[in-house]
Design a binder for this molecule. Structure first.
Ligand code: ZN
Length: 419
């Protein structure tokens, strides 16, 4: 009987033993599996770095603010990216925070309103590492923000424009997101055509300015101011005054001066002035052969075309006003004389030049020389006076057209009086 009990007890003990062993094994396996899973997750899930440029806003014409960058790291910061140098994710994070490995740029100049992307460009070296050595170790994402440049004048209110002082734009141009708009007497934006201050403006259906052209009213009096022997160091100043008053002039330029002032000539063209020819060396054309006359004029025209990006001269003033039949026959451009000689080159006196210009009336061509400081000073003073008197200051070709005259090569013109 006792033998039988002992046998059963031994049997039970063995069963318990097996159970304990199985339990232990299960726990060990579970732990191993857990460690394995954690390790796998750790290996597979690379640390992630997000580099973000933060969005900013400013008002037009203020200084563009410094762009801010935020660096966020998720995952194991101690992960080693480079064994030899023991370079870790943490080290990289601090480098990124100090502005290394990328460049920030933004097309906003602060003067133009609108929304502009703040771009973040990773350096080539950094990008290369991310794609090669670090491709399994690290993930980098770039998030770009925007810079909002708010319009300094105000904001839209339907068809009207509410200015920062609370009033509505009226009889004025407003620049908005790089486009020009004009608001009329009723405060509404203008569409279609508008004639204003000697110009014709064309606006799109949405009110954006599409083009502007000078407009010469043939019924109103006009004068053509002309300047010889330049351009000179003072010519730019004269151009600024012309531009300010929507006025134009004709410049008869000499070859040697054309070489010196290409930018001035470009500006002449931009503000609607006429590019005139005063020959290469200011020689009397009467003393030149036909071929030499053509060469003296064409060579200057080519230089002017080069300076303006393709606009040659259109009219010629013969030096000393000298011409004869053979000059007329050879001239490749119309020959423009004058009806009022201010004698500015002789007097070099501002007041007497102004007085002389002020004798001009409708259809006159006035002769001056922009190489003299006194002449430019006189012109700067007399331009607003002539505008005030109701004259349109136009180019020679504009005046000819307004008076129905077709300019012909070799033709000689002194004035364009109303018939
Ligand atoms: Zn001259």
């Amino acid at each position: 009987m006792s033998n039988e009990i002992r046998r059963i007890e031994r049997q039970n003990e063995r069963i318990r033993q097996v159970r304990r062993e199985r339990m232990c094994l299960a726990i060990v396996l579970a732990v191993v599996a857990l460690i394995g899973i954690i390790t796998v997750i750790f290996i597979v899930r690379k640390p992630r770095i997000t580099i973000r440029t933060e969005s900013l806003s400013m008002t037009q014409d203020e200084t563009v603010p410094k762009f801010k960058v935020k660096v966020v790291v998720k995952g194991n910061k101690d992960k080693i990216l480079d064994k030899e140098t023991k370079y870790t994710v943490k080290k990289l994070e601090s480098e990124l925070k100090s502005g290394k490995n990328y460049e920030i740029s933004c097309k906003a100049d602060g003067k133009t309103d609108g929304k502009f992307k703040i771009q973040l460009k990773l350096s080539d070296e950094f990008k290369k590492k991310l794609n090669k050595e670090w491709s399994r170790k690290l993930e980098v994402t770039v998030e770009e923000g925007t810079l909002t440049v708010k319009n300094k004048y105000g904001s839209w209110d339907g068809e009207k424009f509410k200015k920062t002082d609370g009033s509505y734009a009226k009889n004025e141009f407003i620049s908005y997101e790089g486009n020009q708009y004009y608001f009329g007497e009723n405060g509404k934006k203008v569409t279609g055509e508008l004639q204003l201050g000697g110009k014709v403006y064309t606006f799109s259906k949405s009110g954006k300015l599409k083009s502007e052209e000078f407009y010469v009213d043939p019924e109103k009096p006009m004068i053509a101011l002309t300047f010889d022997d330049g351009p000179g160091p003072e010519t730019e100043k004269l151009l600024s005054t012309l531009e300010q008053y929507n006025a134009r002039a004709t410049f008869f330029m000499v070859g040697s001066q054309v070489d010196k002032y290409p930018d001035t000539i470009k500006k002449m063209k931009e503000i609607g002035c006429e590019l005139g020819n005063h020959t290469a060396e200011h020689k009397s054309l009467k003393k030149l052969s036909d071929a030499e006359i053509k060469e003296a004029i064409n060579s200057v025209s080519d230089k002017v075309a080069a300076a303006t990006g393709g606009s040659p001269t259109t009219v010629t003033r013969p030096p000393y006003g000298a011409f004869d039949d053979h000059v007329k026959a050879a001239a490749p451009e119309p020959l423009i004389m004058w009806s009022i000689d201010t004698l500015d080159w002789k007097t070099k006196n501002v007041q007497s030049t102004i007085k002389s210009v002020n004798t001009a009336t409708d259809g006159d061509i006035v002769l001056m020389h922009d190489i003299h400081k006194t002449s430019v000073e006189a012109a700067i003073q007399v331009i607003p006076q002539l505008i005030e008197k109701g004259y349109q200051l136009v180019t020679v070709s504009e005046m000819a057209e307004a008076r129905g005259v077709t300019l012909e090569n070799g033709g000689v013109y002194f004035s364009f009086y109303k018939q």
